[in-house]
Design a binder for this molecule. Structure first.
Ligand SMILES: Nc1ncnc2c1ncn2[C@@H]1O[C@H](COP(=O)(O)OP(=O)(O)OP(=O)(O)O)[C@@H](O)[C@H]1O
Ligand SMILES: [Mg+2]
Length: 233
């Protein structure tokens, strides 16, 4: 598929191979996601969803198989090049926010930018814009403990977007939120999709998954695409 932005072939992950603690977390996953798609991944606890997400996000390396991230074979990269690819291509929204408690919302958002290549003024400007885009222009100097759960999650999303990555990966981004706040986060994802981002979202909630264009279900390390539902989505 020429326009696949995420493409895996036989992607496998074994934790602690050859030991008593060995876990085969992923069995040969073949996945193709096109630019601009919004995809949901569901499946029971322990089925391998986060393992797959970490591989797609270049946070971990597979035991076997290939991963092409925007056409680049990740296995050919050394750690430094992989980190650069991750910075340029991928925004990662972690379950449970992962914000730094002593830093303000703005400082948290600026974290992934690094200091080397962007002048301070521009960094600040992009931080203001990212927070404004998630509706938090007036909360820039709040620390995480001074924000609601949904606001913290939106800071985490702004942080994931600060380098304007084409791919946004979100592991249970609405799991800790009430349904109203969850809806707000989902509309934000839909807006990002309409702006051209590719979105992969892990969720336990079928109602959340219903917003995606395609849904996959992970079972015991195997990924299966759900047939599209007929009728109104
Ligand atoms: N670092 C690790 N070392 C060893 N085993 C691991 C590691 N991370 C995950 N596992 C195991 O791999 C399997 C898949 O874990 P994973 O975190 O991908 O599941 P998940 O589908 O994200 O579950 P959940 O919905 O609970 O977040 C589980 O059996 C888990 O115990
Ligand atoms: Mg998980």
């Amino acid at each position: 598929m020429a326009d696949a932005v995420i493409e895996t072939h036989g992607l496998a992950k074994v934790y602690a191979p050859g030991t008593e603690a060995e876990v085969v977390a992923l069995h040969g996953v073949d996945l193709r996601i096109r630019r601009g798609e919004f995809v949901a991944i569901m499946g029971p606890s322990g089925s391998g969803k986060s393992t797959l997400m970490n591989l797609i996000g270049c946070l971990d390396t597979p035991t076997a198989g290939r991963y092409l991230c925007d056409g680049i074979d990740v296995a050919t990269l050394d750690a430094e090049a992989r980190a650069a690819l991750r910075r340029d291509k991928i925004g990662f929204v972690f379950q449970g926010f992962n914000l730094l408690p002593r830093m303000t919302a703005l400082e948290n958002v600026l974290m992934p930018m690094g200091y080397a290549n962007v002048p301070r003024e521009e960094r600040q400007q992009r931080g203001h814009e990212a927070l404004a885009a998630v509706g938090l222009a007036r909360r820039e100097s709040h620390r995480p403990s001074e924000l609601s759960g949904g606001q913290q999650q939106r800071v985490a999303i702004a942080r994931a977007l600060i380098n304007q990555p084409p791919i946004l990966l979100a592991d249970e981004p609405t799991g800790a939120l009430d349904s109203h706040t969850g809806e707000e986060i989902l509309s934000l994802f839909k807006r990002l999709q309409s702006e051209g981002h590719t979105i992969v979202l892990i969720t336990h909630d079928a109602e959340v998954a219903a917003h995606a264009g395609r849904t996959f279900v992970m079972r015991d390390g195997e990924l299966h695409e759900q047939p599209p539902t007929t009728g109104a989505a």
